[in-house]
Design a protein. Sequence first.
Lengths: 269, 272
Amino acid sequence: MADNPWRVVAASLTGGSHLRQGTECQDAHRHRRLGDVLLLAVADGAGSAPRSAEGASIAAGTALALLEEKLRGGGAPNTPAGWEALAWDVLHQTVGRLNQAVRALAGDGANPKDFATTLSVVVLAGPWTVYAGVGDGFLVLQTSDGHLYLPVPPQQVGEYRNEAVFLTTACWEEYASVVPIWDPGRTGVALSTDGLVRAVLEHRLSPRGPGRGTPVRTPVQPLSGFFAGVFRYAADPRFDPRQLYAEIMNKRFDEVSGDDRTLLVAVQQ
Amino acid sequence: MGRSDPGVDESQGALGLPINAPPQQADERISIVLVLDTSESMGHGKGKLPIDSLNEALRGWAKELRESEVSGFGEIAIVTFGNGGVQLHNLQRTGTPANFRNAFVPVSTFTPPVLRASGVTPMVEALRQVLKLVRDRKDELREDGVEIRFRPLVWMISDGEPTNAEGESTTEWRALCPELRAAEQSRHCLFFAIGVGSGVNQAVLRQLAPESTYLVGQTVPFIEILKLVSTSIEIGIEGGRHLRNAPAEDIYRITRKRLEAIEKMFSAQPGA
């Protein structure tokens, strides 16, 4: 669409430890254009769930279809509360449809946990960047002056860093996050699954709290060199989007994390 | 220009964007605790004494472990019950009494102590201390900024039954069961129990570790038993990476499934 100001590049690939196990890539990413609005989704299927790649794909596709339906039906909200209501609605309906799809695919004896997946969706509409997600995806924004920030850090829920909440988790609502951000200066957006957390976010060692179970390494900000480069390349029309795949396929990343990795980048032109 | 660019390093990405450096030292850790019975009965037997076989097996196993994948980020501690009461071993050999700091050594430098057998079987006291050891160690690792990505694995090997200080059998272990279940449910650690030979009190072990007790015959070499530990380490690592939030029972079930072949071999052994 000519009037859509966004250029999108994306890559998902299987991490080294999944390769060693012969597991397929369980990450999914999608994007959709709607006039000058851009919709993004990434989903990370649980490594332990046999059909999580399907779960991730269904969740990402369904969430974007629902967002489109609602934005076409009622237009884009213009208040944080309006966006929050819309985003929660989409999350609820996505979970409902995912459960329906599970029953349709696997019959009455279906176990939704077999399809366990995280989900992160973003709406880019005018000055609004609206995040809705369940699980440990994260969002990085760049502003026109080159400033980078991490409005949605990856969620850490339990004692062990690798624990996550999925759309199929019974109490998912308690851990879901909906974050409407108003920033007319935002020019770049990167949405990712947890496989890149260690490699491309800077962490701070949190001081030991009074209670036990204090999280240790907290991701606090985007690694500036990496994201500045990604946004620069993504904005350059001469850039071959396959290079992004080649970049994150690199074995340096495997040394930091063997997980599946997904990066979905949009830059305003 | 038709020649290879000397600036291009295979390990660099296509765009050469910086990422956080791969960890120089493992900043994730899997902690393994062996809880070994060194009571009097381990010093009795026809031919080679069980304690000597255990020492020999530990040496062989340590070598295997040092050369395995876990060498880079595993750490191990040994707690014994029997000779000298409950003993936490200072595997770092710093010459000071053992504590939760020096009890653990990286798998890459693990050389087992030579164990001796004597005395009664204070199994319950040993397990209590192990639960505390694991808790203290996790706190310390957290303070050091190490990610505790994997649940600690606690493996107990015994040929008898828990006793009090006088060597009489005791029911103190009953109070320990809820503590162990709570540790599993809160994902504090995983607990496995191996009973060796005919003197083992199966009922007690099955109460202590309902989903993860393995009984093996007297003639099964200790090295085979230690290989079970290795298998659980592999599963523990896989679990840490891919079985997010898996309840302890699931891990035990997977371990058991993997061990079926080994168990068949065990059951074909006489002497149990």
